[in-house]
Design a protein around this ligand. Structure first.
Ligand code: 3DU
Length: 218
């Protein structure tokens, strides 16, 4: 199933209580293209939350999968069978581990190339081009690249061609949605700056408007 490419905003729903998740999702649903579900929400609410959220929007399961191929496959199957449209895995585990994720998800995998937080410069940045190239070779759908360093999005775009780039680090981590999109990201991922805002719906609408002026979509 194609992910909507309308607002270019992916909500990172890192809340732990189901009522908060439902409140935020109901407020932002018209302003985001997908919901990214990570461990805090799954551990807080149980994996059924993946299925529940998938009835509202496409769900990307950000489990940062980083294991041996056989275990990666089981994790991806568990996420996809609950309604995830895509998963996120690490690439430092090597090509066989990434290939297992690609196979088990039917190609619906984003591989973390370079992480957006300051520590991401330490180990992920020096390897990011190699990981991006591994992702492309493995048949992944795309990569994760940092909105906090838009110049790196442009560098990694040159490696992957037309694969998708989803980009976290907007808002709370200091990155700007418009900079990330102009540098070549397809989507920005926004968490705290939306779910932690006094009015999450208005915050999400603001990011969607910023995205549409940056990409010239109206
Ligand atoms: O900083 P925020 O609150 O907007 O959340 C960012 C989200 O993106 C969060 O779910 C985190 O797990 C994810 N993420 C990164 O922040 C950085 C990465 O390199 C990869 C994923």
């Amino acid at each position: 199933m194609e992910m909507e490419k309308n607002t270019r905003v992916i909500l990172a729903l890192d809340v732990t209580a189901r009522e908060d998740a439902l409140r935020v999702v109901n407020a932002v649903r018209d302003h985001v293209d997908a919901i990214k579900v990570n461990w805090p929400l799954i551990l807080g609410c149980g994996p059924e939350i993946i299925t529940e959220m998938s009835k509202v929007k496409q769900v990307i399961c950000d489990l940062k999968i980083a294991d041996i191929p056989s275990v990666n496959r089981l994790i991806v199957e568990g996420a996809m069978s609950r309604g995830a449209s895509a998963v996120i895995c690490h690439g430092f585990t090597g090509d066989d581990s990434v290939a297992a994720c690609v196979e088990a998800s039917g190609g619906q995998v984003f591989v973390v190339a370079e992480m957006s937080h300051p520590g991401g410069k330490q180990f992920t940045a020096p390897l990011a081009e190699r990981i991006a190239s591994l992702a492309k070779g493995a048949g992944a759908r795309g990569i994760v690249a940092p909105a906090t360093r838009p110049e790196r999005i442009a560098d990694l775009r040159r490696v992957i061609g037309d694969l998708e780039i989803i980009s976290p680090g907007v808002g709370a981590q200091g990155g700007k949605a418009s900079d990330a999109l102009k540098a070549g990201a397809d989507y920005v991922i926004v968490g705290r700056a939306i779910y932690g805002a006094p009015d999450p719906g208005a915050a999400a609408r603001g990011f969607a408007e910023e995205a549409s002026s940056a990409t010239g979509t109206h």
